[in-house]
Design a binder for this molecule. Structure first.
Ligand code: HEC
Length: 164
């Protein structure tokens, strides 16, 4: 890292400005598509669903991009019961559906959101979901989860991972 040597002679003011710029750069969203996916006009949707599905699994895992909110996680846990997720997903068991412990470290936030809100679309177009449907012999049920409910459910899954 030769860069470290070149900053050694800078004035403190300039050095801290450079540091501030570097920190601001780190805050950039890793995925340009992540911010636009939910706001796209229907007419602007990508034509190729396979490409859209493949993009969902790109980038850092949910446990790295999400910040844990204990209150939302509690809402998510209640929803997990109320919506009937527990009917198939049982902690510590993968008898009839995947064990969701650790899922936030395996999948991206965008992928999890789509899996929870549009499982049928995922079963049709996403290779990871297709593989799981084959493995478990049934596809996940569409429980009419809206975006806010998905946010809380993702928080619950993150909390089960001991997330930040
Ligand atoms: C009818 C049984 C059933 C219900 C109800 C159900 N799931 Fe699933 N779920 C599955 C099966 C089977 C899979 C794997 C196949 C697939 O994705 O279609 C799965 C996959 C998942 C995955 C991906 C797991 C992984 O390892 O990548 C997540 C996340 C998930 N479900 C969350 C939920 C949530 C949250 C709810 C409640 C809103 C729910 N599921 C309700 C059966 C179910």
């Amino acid at each position: 890292m030769t860069r470290r040597h070149t900053t050694a002679g800078l004035t403190p003011a300039l050095a801290s400005l450079l540091l501030a710029l570097a920190v601001a750069g780190c805050g950039d969203r890793p995925q340009r598509s992540a911010g636009t996916a939910g706001t796209q006009h229907p007419a602007a949707r990508p034509i190729d669903p396979a490409a859209e599905a493949a993009a969902l699994d790109q980038g850092p895992r949910a446990a790295q991009t999400m910040a844990l909110s204990d209150s939302l996680a509690a809402v998510g846990q209640a929803l997990f019961d109320a919506k009937g997720c527990t009917g198939c997903h049982e902690p510590g068991s993968s008898a009839s559906a995947p064990d969701l412990r650790g899922v936030a470290t395996r999948r991206t936030e965008a992928w999890l959101r789509r899996q929870v809100t549009t499982p049928e679309w995922m079963a049709e177009h996403d290779p990871l979901t297709r593989g799981m449907v084959e493995q478990y012999g049934i596809p996940m049920a569409d429980l009419d989860i809206d975006d806010d409910e998905a946010t809380a459910l993702l928080q619950y899954m993150l909390s089960e991972d001991g997330g930040r």
